[in-house]
Each structure stands twice: as C-alpha cells, then as structure tokens.
Design a protein around this ligand. Sequence first.
Ligand code: PLP
Length: 365
Amino acid sequence: MNVPFVDLKAQLSQIRDEINLAIQEVIDKCSFVGGPHLKVFEDKFAAFCEAKHAIGVSSGTAALHVSLVACDIGPGDEVITVPNTFIATTEAITLSGASPVFVDVDLESYNIDVSKIEGAITPRTKAIMPVHLYGQPADMDPILEIASRHGLTVIEDACQAHGAEYKGRKVGALGRVGCISFYPGKNLGAYGDGGMVLTNDSQLADKIRILCNHGQAEKNKHTREGFNYRLDGIQAAVLTVKLRHLEDWTRRRRNNAQRYSELLQDVDIITPIEKKFAKHVFHLYIIRLKDRDALAEHLQAHGVAVGFHYPIALHLQEAYAHLGFQPGAFPVAEQCAAQVLSLPMFAELSEEQIQHVIQGIKKFV
Ligand SMILES: Cc1ncc(COP(=O)(O)O)c(C=O)c1O
C-alpha cells in the first residue's frame, strides 16, 4: 500500500461537478480578475474567520508583504518572528525593507515562546509576526499584551491555520491584520496560488485593497505605487466551493490526528500537543523523535510519504548567512529542525492508510 502525503485527487473526486460549474461560470462571465466571484468569496471568508474585512490577494507571501507595507513597516524597522517557519514569513519582512528578528519557540506547541519576546524588543521593533505553525494558534493573549505595552503591531501569519481557534475565536483577525495562504496543499487550497488578508480595521482594509491594485484608488488615479497582488476570479470561485466543505474537512483532519495519537500512545515518539487555548486544525501532523531521518527513510521504503517542516531553521539557512548566526543561537528551533517529521495528513485519509503508517512506525521502533 502507498500512502501519499496529501491526496488532492481524492478531494477533487468529491467536488468535481461543483468545481467545474464554478469555473465555467467565471469563464462565461469573463470575470477573470476582481469581479463578483471575488466579492462573494471575500464576504464568505470574512464571515468564516469572524473578521470585518477579507481582501483576496495573489498568495500568502503577498498577504504578508502588503500587510507590512500597509502598517508602514519598512527600512530600519525590525519585526519579531520565529526561525522555524516557511521562509515566506521572513521573505515578506525583508521585502518590506525591514529586518527579521528571531525569537525561539517552545517545544510543546512549536510556536513562539512568549516568555522570550520582550528580550528581543529594541527601539527599532515595529511588529510581532507570530506564526500559527502546523495549524495550532500561537498564545495570542500575551503576544497582544506585550505588543500593546510596547506600541507594536501584531501581524498573524495564519497561512497554515484556516479556521483554527484561540480561546474560541478564529485566528486571523486577533491582531491588527492576519494573513492566509491558499496554496493548493493548504487546508483550504486554490487551484493555483492565492491568499487573503484579514482585518477588523476598515481604514487599513481600504489601504490594502489600493496597494494590491497598483496603488489605484480609482480608475487611473494612483495615490502611490502598489503591487499587482490581486486574486483571480477562477481561484475565488474554486475557493468558494471548497469553503462549503472546510468545516467537515477540518473535523476529519482532527479525527485523523486523534487516531494517529491514540495508536502511537504506547510508542516512544512525541505526538502533537493541542494547547488548552487552541483548536488545532492539523494542517500538518508532526511527530518528534531523535532518529527522525532513519524513520523517514524506513517509512518511505514502507510506501509512506513523509515531510520535513522544516529541516533547517531559518537562521541557519544560507539565505540568512549575512545575519551571522551560529548553531546554538535558537536551540529549541534547531532541535525541532532535527527531530520533526510530518506524517500524511488530509481529510480523506482512510483507517487502512492510518493503520499502514502506524504499522510502519511500529516496525521501525
Ligand atoms: C507559515 C507560512 N507562511 C507563509 C506562507 C506563504 O504562502 P504562499 O505559498 O501562499 O505564498 C506559507 C505557505 O507555505 C506558510 O506555510
């Protein structure tokens, strides 16, 4: 038996007719950029995330970048974030002209260690960008409290956390602004690239809309230079169809995660810990162990696809060599990089597939 890491074809087979119809409608209306499908999706996604405004953009990276620019963060500024995230988080910070400042993570949640944030604040710090890694929210209350005490903006990187909850509230609009990715493999994935900016701040929402459309406040009037960061009509239509299924898919992901954890209870491997304040949406199901590389090889030979999220902490990536970090600078993130392994995770994962993964792990252990 082969177990894929993600199975988008299994998802498509449930929704093919709805998707075909939605795409055909956009083509018939020729509303390829902007237009009614985008508006419908933005309204529905804002309601889903309990946010006042949702602005469709071309990717999660674009969402992060435009959010920083809209919050007037740029050259000379520092943005606090974590070293164990996808590079897009820090790319967006650098692209804005600001510098990323890393804070280590905690070993239970793999999210930012809130006790270490204040130590990283300098007179140049402008924002904190927590990442809700793997689909579990960072501990937002202390982050918001520290931010408010130091006059900092909070920009949530919720690119992996569609519909995740912190103390019963959806992530994405807990800070000043939040960013979502609709990369195809995400819990809510487009059929290409896509992203969303969420905010409750109406003025900021207007500014972001203008920035994403070449700084154009009205036709042919450019109040400033912006970007081409718009979301396609076809992607919006696809995402509107998929949004109808998201709660069910999340429920199934959570069940699969629970099943993995139950079956791994007596195995000497660390399984995910769902924090008391969190509803984890299990974009990824992560186990942690010393022999990670050997287990990965063994599982692959057993027909199980696995992932590494992320095997090199950002501060030790060649792209950030100029920052001058040595191994040991962020020991928890480095430990995670050496020990985490992502198991297959998607809503359609069957009991047989889960059993096959577990069998592979148990044989190895
Ligand atoms: C944590 C995180 N931030 C940002 C991004 C960037 O999103 P996109 O690929 O849509 O640009 C991703 C996507 O992989 C991500 O996982």
